[in-house]
Ligand binder design. Structure first.
Ligand SMILES: NC(=O)c1ccc[n+]([C@@H]2O[C@H](COP(=O)([O-])OP(=O)(O)OC[C@H]3O[C@@H](n4cnc5c(N)ncnc54)[C@H](OP(=O)(O)O)[C@@H]3O)[C@@H](O)[C@H]2O)c1
Length: 295
């Protein structure tokens, strides 16, 4: 990226991003809001993608006020809906000639199985199919804006997970943790497969584990679950720490041209669970069908 210097803020360091347009999904709270703030402080134009107008506006105002950067805007989309993702991608590409960074951050943890309006299991749809579809729809603009970067927030929860093609929608038995960890493994495999498919376009695709951080993740579940999270929260680091690796991958010169990697604490990390190229290819093909991408 054509950066001009290194900025320091509260222990976070990043390259200046003036003239770059960045999208951060799930930026109404937690790691996504902290990531968007970091990118705004670096001088980028930042587009927040949030599902609620009120929460989105509050986040946007806070980021503008804390960063002093007025180039922060808001788009509303429920990323569990493929119609909403298509509308979002259409609005983004209609209104912006250039998109330099896409941070696929939005995510959920659901203790009980829920279906989306498309009839898909919600965790798989919001955590994995949404980044898959949104990224593919934005790819032509990302390629036209190269050098550009795709950053997807995964999790160490993927260790031990498998892609069970016979139970992708959790219809033959659902566990919140299995669904979550599988969706995060899918995010990592998607990143590798995407990197292979777009090689030579000067668009990089990397993913990361943000650390275990104090956010709203999981707080939309039953009261015992919420209580456990609330009691545990004081012992966890803040979302700002969780945003470091996303901001690093979105901005740093260290990772210029680096693609198809999984990062933890701003360092490349191993993830044996995700290296099966046969499974990644099959998952890509299944995802194309589930998102009707080829139609
Ligand atoms: N916190 C951790 O320890 C941890 C560890 C590993 C990975 N992660 C990952 O980090 C990412 C960010 O999570 P977080 O911890 O910051 O949790 P969070 O505070 O709950 O933030 C999640 C964000 O995603 C948004 N979101 C959820 N479903 C959505 C949908 N259908 N459409 C649009 N936006 C949606 C939420 O919007 P609302 O505000 O409207 O709910 C919120 O902005 C997730 O991908 C998560 O899996 C977190």
């Amino acid at each position: 990226m054509d950066n001009i210097g290194l900025q320091e803020d509260n222990g976070l360091s990043f390259d200046l991003m003036d003239g770059k347009t960045c999208i951060v999904t799930g930026s109404s709270s937690g790691i996504g809001k902290a990531t968007a703030l970091g990118l705004a402080k670096a001088g980028a134009s930042v587009i927040l993608v949030c599902r609620g107008q009120e929460k989105g506006e509050a986040a946007m105002n806070e980021i503008i006020q804390k960063s002093g950067n007025q180039k922060v805007s808001l788009m509303i989309a429920d990323l569990s809906s493929q119609n909403a993702i298509r509308k979002l991608a259409n609005d983004l590409t209609t209104n912006h000639d250039k998109l330099h960074v896409l941070v696929n951050n939005a995510g959920v943890f659901l203790a009980k199985r829920r279906l989306t309006e498309d009839g898909l299991e919600m965790t798989f749809a919001a955590n994995y199919l949404a980044p898959f579809l949104l990224t593919n729809l934005l790819l032509p603009t990302l390629k036209a804006s190269a050098p550009s970067r795709i950053v997807t927030v995964a999790s160490t929860a993927h260790y031990g997970a498998t892609i069970d093609f016979d139970n992708l929608q959790g219809e033959r038995g659902y566990s919140g943790f299995t669904a979550y960890s599988r969706s995060k493994l899918a995010d990592i495999m998607f990143t590798y497969e995407l990197a292979r498919r777009i090689e030579g376009n000067n668009v990089t695709a990397n993913c990361l584990h943000p650390g275990v951080v104090r956010t709203n993740l999981g707080k939309n579940n039953w009261w015992m679950f919420r209580l456990a999270l609330t009691l545990f929260a004081p012992f966890l680091p803040s979302p700002e720490g969780g945003a470091r690796t996303s901001i690093y991958l979105a901005t740093s010169r260290d990772v210029e041209g680096v693609t198809g990697k999984y990062f933890v604490k701003e360092k490349e990390a191993k993830s044996k669970a995700s290296y099966d190229e046969g499974v990644s290819e099959r998952l890509w093909d299944v995802s194309v069908k589930l998102t009707h991408l080829s139609e």
